[in-house]
Design a protein around this ligand. Structure first.
Ligand code: ACO
Length: 351
């Protein structure tokens, strides 16, 4: 038997809809998240870095982050797979019903195979399409936009979108300007079609500016360092960041992205029920909140206990809100993220 036939044989023929049955509405049918038990507090950093709880809290808003125990097999595949299982359970779907898995990460164990392929196999989504999406912290929002369009086009019915990063695997814990910011975590959603045409994306955007790549990058070789900034073997495979430049880019981009997305949808800032933003730094979030005059309960901040979990941060916030019963049917939710690339993206939903 041809291997392609074997794979196709595992999928129900109905997984691709005939054109006349194309749904126009898309719903977020379930969400889930997963965090490792291990914690790294500001007090822990003070033991081995020249830093203080006061400096970290004032500059970033972070008090603690979660950290995988790699020796116990905790990694992006483990966190992302568990988050997806919970999202499937929440959506009351069996993994075998998934048609596609989009896995936003820059910290998978291998480039080939994609982490998505192994996660799909491990959760039981055998034969579903599966790929990794490398847009750093914007990975989940890019994935959400793509997953939505796959369903809206009628080509796919049930799409899992995971945002997940094992940041502790790429952090140099002697670099105090970077180490204190990041934590490990994963979140996931399952998207399905609905006859309710009012549900789904109202406006979205995805952007990149590769000319700013050297402000946030992960070198794999000495030759990957930018001209004029010679690398060292210790810095290879460790996240390199120009914090000041990223901060300026983020404050400007975040506000503009929100404004442009609202304009596209013809909405005012106060018509959005929830701003689910990438948790990069509490000061960056606060700048956006002030610019749009939003009450604190609409722009959610959980960076204090998770740090910046890169692609994991947006779905972690969303799942926290959903589990707390704060996302109601018909709410308007704006997802926004920015990250390495440089990339930035938004996704404005009626859920
Ligand atoms: N503890 C104490 N002092 C520190 C620490 C620390 N952990 N880190 C840096 N400093 C020192 C610096 O060495 C510097 O000292 P100097 O003035 O003697 O040179 C001083 O503090 C100020 O440093 P800055 O880098 O200017 O501090 P800043 O106020 O910009 O805060 C921070 C640094 C928190 C990294 C900030 O720039 C930031 O949040 N940037 C955005 C980072 C970000 O969002 N990254 C991820 C985005 S994308 C993604 O999520 C993958």
């Amino acid at each position: 038997m041809n291997p392609a036939d074997a794979t196709t044989a595992r999928r129900p023929a109905s997984s691709v809809l005939p054109a006349q049955h194309r749904p126009a509405g898309v719903r977020i049918a379930g969400s889930g998240s997963h965090l490792p038990e291990g914690r790294l507090t500001n007090a822990d950093f003070v033991k081995f870095l020249d830093t203080s709880d006061e400096w970290i809290v004032q500059r970033t808003g972070i008090r603690e982050r979660r950290m995988c125990d790699a020796d116990k097999g905790e990694n992006a595949r483990w966190m992302g797979g568990n988050a997806l299982r919970k999202a499937l359970a929440d959506a009351r779907l069996d993994a075998s019903e998934l048609d596609m898995l989009i896995f936003g990460t820059v910290t998978g164990e291998t480039l080939c195979p994609a982490t998505a392929c192994r996660v799909a196999a491990e959760v039981g989504a055998v034969g579903a399409g599966a790929f990794d999406l490398a847009a750093a912290c914007s990975g989940f929002v890019y994935g959400l936009n793509l997953g939505h369009e796959l369903i809206r086009s009628g080509a796919y019915r049930r799409v899992g979108v995971v945002g997940c990063d094992h940041m502790s695997s790429i952090i140099d814990y002697s670099d105090r300007g970077v180490a204190i910011l990041f934590g490990d975590g994963a979140g996931a959603v399952v998207l399905t079609p609905t006859d309710d045409l009012s549900k789904g994306i109202l406006a979205q955007s995805m952007h990149a500016d590769g000319s700013g790549w050297h402000d946030l990058y992960l070198p794999h070789h000495i030759r990957d360092f930018p001209a004029g900034q010679p690398g060292t073997p210790e810095k290879v495979h460790k996240l390199q960041m120009n914090g000041r430049e990223v901060f300026k880019f983020a404050v400007r981009t975040f506000g503009d992205l929100i404004e442009q997305t609202l304009t596209k949808a013809g909405l005012q800032a106060d018509q959005v029920d929830h701003y689910v933003c990438h948790q990069s730094n509490a000061r960056i979030l606060e700048a956006s909140r002030e610019r749009f005059g939003l009450p604190a309960e609409r722009l959610h901040v959980n960076i204090d206990h998770y740090g910046n979990t890169s692609a994991g941060s947006v779905p972690l916030v969303f799942d926290e809100l959903r589990r707390a019963g704060r996302i109601r049917d018909g709410d308007i939710v704006l997802f926004v993220a920015f990250g390495g690339g440089l990339t930035w993206a938004s996704s404005l939903w009626r859920v």
